[in-house]
Design a protein around this ligand. Structure first.
Ligand code: NAD
Length: 498
């Protein structure tokens, strides 16, 4: 059987790769190579951006009513066929099918939000701001935009951005992660079926060459990026240096604080869900559990019992947790487990011993639990991006807050407590963009905005919600006076309202 080749999608049709450079797409549960992916060279970047640029004027001028009709059709098709998309995600990412379906549902929420674009783009007007002068504020699309995605949410993360970008009248070039390209290509065909004009949504496959091509291309006006912190910083600096509006969401190290008065069973359940869901490959995963006071022994025991009961295996089978995305990712996580042991942390559950329920040679490592982790160990300082949960013990609530605020990342955090006052103070003082109170993975709903602080986001605007609408539009203020002979005459003074 020959391995299929995945190409670009440009102007409503497949654009075969011509660079002669390819990467391998694998099924992480079996280790099998399932496709080869065409990696773009500059001429292909130019061709795809040209398609988006050509489609922009007509799409910008398409009425809100017609744009919204396309969005509604896209939503209906996505909803009806989400299992197909979930299967593609599991086959390339490895997460279990139910988790993949959950990802699609969260992406669909943003499509539903974007269906309300008529209301969101209404602008505002002041009649008679000066005598017989009206002032109107409107928001207009920015032009062709680039969206560059990470591997861990092949559908949801691009959907944080493109439904709003398209609804607002922009055209899109999506550059998915080269590890998980099929979801983007599937979504492109779905847009076409929904009636989106050709060229409004395009997919460019590739690596750094494609990213750099987009960041420096004069016709790309805005860039939404999601990935690791070093690349996010690079994308932000390069894109803005080339005159683009950039929002670049980076990595994370998310802490979950458990106070002595918390319900320990609830906290243990949620620590396991948030630590090991999607094999820890979520930017909102909990990787550091901060146990406050004398509950630590009991809490660790309850988490350990639950961790040992998890079933790891092929995401298409009846399992809780799938493999890591690549062999390199698995080896990286193994390296961190070795480093944690060498640094003196107590290895309570060792994922290297897990026997996965899978055929072939998949990239598995089971859920791993460390206790007595200190802040100088690499398992604490680094974003491992795998199923490794580290318990850090502190004596006081103040220590827990100081620990989190000293961390260079600020994506998500959670506190488990029954003390309203303690929770309120936490929400107020913690320097993190998304906070959960007895909620371990506080991913905001589509009509609020998603984004971290500090090294977890470069730029000013968070994803989706009203901030997303602002990112993909530019403000314009129109001051109008219809001819009135009584206001004629020369006056070089600064305009004043009368
Ligand atoms: P990554 O940074 O390796 O890749 C992200 C994108 O950047 C990909 O499209 C990739 O092709 C491109 N890229 C990689 N190296 C590049 C380079 N040298 N120059 C230019 N472009 C390059 O990230 P990943 O491994 O795909 O995803 C996991 C990371 O994403 C984690 O750090 C995770 O925390 C982060 N993430 C953050 C959020 C968030 O909302 N803050 C959400 C999801 C994932």
């Amino acid at each position: 059987m020959t391995t299929p080749t995945l190409n670009h999608w440009s102007g409503g049709a497949e654009l075969p790769g011509r660079a002669g450079r390819y990467s391998e797409v694998t099924d992480p549960a079996t280790g099998a190579v399932t496709a080869r992916l065409a990696l773009a060279e500059q001429s292909e970047v130019d061709a795809v951006v040209a398609a988006a640029t050509a489609a922009f004027p007509a799409w910008r001028d398409t009425s809100l009513a017609r744009r919204t009709q396309v969005l509604f059709r896209f939503r209906e098709l996505l909803n009806a066929r989400k299992d197909e998309l979930a299967a593609l995600i599991t086959a390339e990412h490895g997460k279990v099918l139910s988790d993949a379906a959950g990802e699609v549902t969260r992406g669909q929420e943003v499509v539903e939000f974007a269906c309300g674009i008529l209301h969101l783009l209404k602008g505002s007007a002041s009649v008679n701001a000066s005598t017989k002068v009206d002032v109107t504020s409107v928001r207009q699309p920015v032009g062709p935009v680039a969206i560059i995605g990470p591997f861990n949410f092949p559908a949801m993360v691009p959907m944080w951005f493109f439904p709003i970008a398209i609804a607002a009248g922009n055209t899109v070039v999506l550059k998915p992660s080269e590890k998980v390209p099929s979801a983007a290509l599937w979504l492109a065909r779905l847009w076409q079926e929904a009636g989106l004009p050709d060229g409004v949504f395009n997919v460019l496959n590739g690596d750094k060459v494609a990213v750099d091509g987009l960041l420096t291309h004069p016709d790309i006006k805005a860039v939404s990026f999601v990935g690791s912190t070093p690349i996010a910083r690079y994308v932000y600096e390069t894109g803005t240096a080339h005159g683009k509006r950039v929002q670049a969401l980076g990595g994370a190290k998310n802490h979950m604080v458990v106070l002595p008065d918390a319900d320990l069973d609830l906290a243990a359940d949620q620590a396991v869900n948030a630590g090991y869901g999607s094999a820890g490959e979520r930017c909102m995963a909990i990787s550091a559990l901060v146990a406050v006071g004398d509950i630590a022994d009991e809490l660790v025991a309850r988490i350990a019992d639950r961790t040992r009961a998890l079933r790891t295996g092929d995401g298409r089978r009846d399992c809780d947790m799938g493999p890591l995305v690549t062999a390199a990712a698995r080896d990286r996580v193994t390296g961190y487990i070795e480093a944690g042991q060498a640094a003196g942390a107590e290895l309570v559950v060792d994922g290297r011993e897990t026997k996965p329920d899978a055929d072939g040679d998949g990239f598995f490592i089971g859920p791993t639990l460390f206790d007595h982790v200190t802040t100088d160990m690499s398992i604490y300082t680094d974003e491992i991006f795998g199923p490794v949960l580290s318990v850090v013990r502190v004596d006081t609530y103040d220590e827990a807050i100081a620990l989190i605020n000293a961390n260079p990342y600020g994506n998500g955090t959670a506190i488990f407590t029954n003390d309203g006052g303690a929770a309120r103070r936490f929400a107020d003082e913690i320097e993190v963009g998304m906070v959960g109170i007895n909620v371990p993975v506080p991913v905001p709903v589509a009509y609020h905005s998603f984004g971290g602080w500090k090294n977890s986001l470069f730029g000013d605007t968070h994803a989706h919600g009203v901030e997303g609408v602002h990112f993909f539009t530019r403000g314009k203020v129109i001051t109008t006076r219809w001819l009135d002979p009584s206001h004629g005459g020369i006056n070089l003074g600064f305009p004043q309202n009368t």
